[in-house]
Write a protein that binds this ligand. Structure first.
Ligand code: ATP
Length: 503
């Protein structure tokens, strides 16, 4: 597992997807830069989300609110008082950890033991293996699953200000050791606010304290009335936004999974009070279908319904993904009640209500939120697409089987040799196709090596121009996943590519 994760990180760097931030100065921890291919993949994920959420829903519109917001926003939202992580220090190593993450990792290890048993049994029974039955009857698996569940439930109960001592007790009871030193000598658990502060204005005396937004959602809430009125929106309707958020995360690890600067793709859906749970189910299903449409493998997803909710929610679920380090939260779907709009009404003195003509009355709408981390989605797509394959001739290849619609380059164009007019024909094809698709050109090395390079970079098609092209206007098109090669007329290239990469 560790090796797979290391391979993912190394591959992301080698192929221009992700670099550490300001690397020439040895980087900045938990901050990353997206390289030439990473920027394209990220843009394509955003577009795929935006099209399915905004373009395909007549009652959802977009928004691009500023990162800096009036400081009262964060008082109203509860972030000043309650946006904390429980931290614990190891007295011997002097290292600091998130107490809840230590416990979650411990629970994940137990889950891994159960997974190992399941994998062993699958190997043993082959086609006859009934996973469902095995999980519910095998005593070891039952015990591991129960143990995992009990730990997570107890953790959820103890993650409030009053019960923090119980998190420490849990860590001690489970015998969790400091991952770095192995020591079990822990301090008490303390709360730490995650917001980044900054100042507005030039002189220190007149400056106002501001925060970099820790979530994009509040930009939507404070603009509720603006968008509703100017867009003449009728309930139910949604506002969607993609943008940066900042959190001063203490556990800086797991690559782009947990960063200090990251992007969120959030949608707040405003509904009639009392109808929120129906819409919660609706968005759970809609978001699940969105993930399924990308084909990253159903087995890589699971829902984790929350028994214990944040103060503002009356239903919540996480869509978890099987990252190289185990199942972790990728997206959150929350029924946020009227908590946020009411809080902003109270702090601003402005009405944030909707007049419902059918009910003939004003009310503060209830809200269903879908919130997905763009960077986490990037990691989910990238890590699950990276494969080492054994080929029939005994050789092997590394291939990045990105969904074609998300791939940075849709096709690579190769002249077989760098002479006899072949580069000129290849360049002409680039010029024709680049209006519709992001295209790359490569004339260096043998064609086989060029194929391998594009496989590893995730390009779905390679198109080779040879001497016969001059006679018959046909080229060889090779498919990344099947490696199948076909001869096709140049005039058909656009359709062939479009069929696979269009929305
Ligand atoms: P976690 O428990 O993993 O810290 P969270 O429950 O605090 O996440 P939310 O506040 O619900 O996360 O944020 C919504 C989404 O934003 C998450 O599902 C995740 O995809 C993304 N996200 C949150 N924090 C980070 C981060 N530090 N780096 C990258 N993505 C993040």
């Amino acid at each position: 597992q560790d090796d797979t994760f290391k391979q993912v990180i190394a591959h992301a760097k080698e192929y221009g997807y992700i670099f550490s931030s300001s690397e020439i100065y040895d980087g900045l921890s938990a901050v990353y830069d997206y390289g030439q291919n990473g920027a394209e993949l990220k843009k394509n994920i955003k577009e795929y989300w935006w099209k399915s959420m905004v373009q395909l829903h007549q009652n959802i519109v977009g928004l691009d609110a500023a990162i800096l917001m009036h400081p009262t926003t964060w008082k109203a939202s509860g972030h000043v008082d309650a946006f904390n992580d429980p931290l614990i220090d190891n007295k011997d190593s002097k290292k600091r950890y998130r107490a809840d993450v230590l416990v979650e990792d411990h629970a994940e290890k137990i889950n891994q033991k159960a997974q190992k048993e399941i994998a062993k049994a699958r190997k043993r029974f082959g086609d006859k293996f009934d996973e469902e039955e095995f999980i519910t009857t095998n005593p070891r698996v039952i015990r591991y699953k129960k143990e995992e569940k009990e730990i997570l439930e107890r953790l959820a109960k103890s993650l409030t200000e009053e019960n923090l001592a119980d998190v420490k007790a849990l860590i001690e009871e489970l015998g969790i050791a400091c991952p770095e030193s192995g020591s079990k000598n822990w301090t008490d658990v303390k709360q730490f606010n995650l917001m980044f502060g900054t100042k507005l204005g030039a002189s220190a005396d007149s400056a106002t304290d501001l925060y970099l937004r820790p979530e994009t959602a509040q930009g939507i809430f404070v603009n509720f009335a603006n968008v509703q009125k100017t867009g003449r929106m009728k309930i139910p309707f949604g506002i969607a936004q993609i943008g940066k958020a900042f959190r001063n995360e203490i556990v800086a690890r797991q690559f782009i999974f947990r960063q200090r600067e990251f992007e969120q793709m959030e949608m707040q859906f405003f509904v009639r009070p009392g109808e929120e749970l129906k819409w919660f189910e609706h968005w759970k299903e809609t978001r699940q279908n969105w993930h399924a449409s990308l084909g990253l493998g159903e087995e890589n997803y699971r829902f984790h319904d929350h028994e214990k909710m944040a103060h503002y929610a009356n239903a919540a679920t996480d869509i978890e993904f099987n990252f190289p380090f185990g199942f972790k939260e990728l997206e959150g779907i929350h029924s946020r009640t009227d908590f946020d709009l009411k809080a902003h009404e109270k702090h601003s003195g402005k009405k944030l209500q909707f007049f419902d003509p059918e009910m003939n009355k004003n009310y503060v709408p209830y809200v269903i939120e879908t919130s997905i981390g763009l960077d986490r989605m990037f990691l989910a797509v990238f890590s699950s697409s990276l494969k080492d394959e054994e080929l029939e001739d005994g050789s092997s290849r590394t291939v990045l089987k990105l969904p074609a619609i998300l791939a940075p380059y849709k096709a690579a164009i190769f002249p077989l040799v760098k002479k006899d007019g072949l580069p000129e024909i290849a360049q002409q094809i680039v010029e024709d196709l680049q209006w519709d698709f992001n295209i790359t050109y490569d004339e260096k090395d043998a064609v086989g090596r060029r194929y391998r390079r594009q496989d590893a970079a995730g390009t779905p098609f390679c198109i080779t121009i040879d001497h016969e092209t001059k006679e018959d206007n046909q080229v060889t098109i090779r498919h990344r996943d099947t490696m199948e090669q076909k001869r096709v007329p140049i005039s058909e290239l656009k359709n062939i590519i479009a069929k696979e990469v269009d929305f």
